[in-house]
Design a binder for this molecule. Sequence first.
Ligand code: PMP
Ligand code: GLN
Length: 380
Amino acid sequence: MRSKLPNTQVSIFSQMSALAHKHGALNLSQGFPNFKSDPLLLDLVTKAMKDGYNQYAPMPGDLGLREVICNKIHTLYNNKFDPISEVTITAGATQAIFATITALIHPGDEVLIFTPAYDCYQPTIELQGAKAVAIQLAAPAYKVDWQEVAKAITDKTKMVIVNTPHNPCGSVFSKEDMLQLERLAVEHDLMVLSDEVYEHLIFNEAEHQSAARFEALANRSIIVASFGKTFHNTGWKMGYCVARKEIMTEIRKVHQFNVFSVNYPIQKALAEYLIDPTTYLGLGAFFQTKRDLFLEGLNGTTFKVLPSKGTYFQLVDISELTDMSDVEYAIYLTEHHKLASIPTSVFNRGQEDHRMLRFCFAKTTETIEQAIAILRQVGT
Ligand code: PMP
Ligand code: GLN
């Protein structure tokens, strides 16, 4: 058998979570919360099941949920999307990304990605017989140089994938970044896949710069979101994508034969839960407290940090502490000190090691304090 993805390994998240489990380590590697989601949301799911929403949902998703999503985007980002033709509910952001790339990218096309890049983009691009062209960002700020982006665009470039707030860097795009992206996308007739799964996890009351805020950009973008990330239920695998009708029509052609439709009772529950904006508007402050607890704990250690501006991840620079590679040190820390993290060179396609580990601080205070105790022991 000839592999379609000869260079693709088991994901680093599966690897590190398995290693954490094997060694009974505290798991700050894979990005998921270890606290419960709102009991109201759980009750709404139970109610939807008891009310009989247990058969196939409509292919693009529950209309009530799509309406509430469009209202939310209109209120927050001042742009109108049509719930009938411009939103699709998906099995997490991952499936939205898969359906988008599969529907829109042809063999021989080029897609620009920024490394460190979330791990599902490249294999999905390669499955289409297309090429992921990586633009490497520099530690520790991981800012985009838009002139470099302009130089990387060829007549084969069809799409740019951006991610703000950024996993794993915790960096965010400014309004100026988005305007530069818009200018390039319009000039070169590019589509933009805007991965905004951490839209509500942004700190210091910064405004999330959604592609939806910029009209010309929104008209050529596919915006991807994840309810798992927003509402502490990553295991539900619930997300959605939003795009103009002509783009969404193509995405749905893939979606309907990839999964057809996704979990109905959860969609019903979310449609009701999302009506109250306080369910998501307080999340930035909630996670910032956790980030600050983690950062304060690292004060006075040899770990260097640049505070995360969004997501629930913090990068930690290990270069003053060890000569090991980030992969070696992540394994060492898990096996010998019972603390698991993610080595970020994997997001650089293994080509650059910035000696950064990613820690997920979506954890209870107790877990964060235990992690700090371990890091203080090894790093002071
Ligand atoms: N994009 C990014 C940047 C992510 O961190 C993740 C992981 N949550 C996803 C997409 C996939 O999200 P989901 O779990 O909803 O499939
Ligand atoms: N998005 C999660 C992370 O960044 C992992 C999701 C997964 O395991 N596929 O850690």
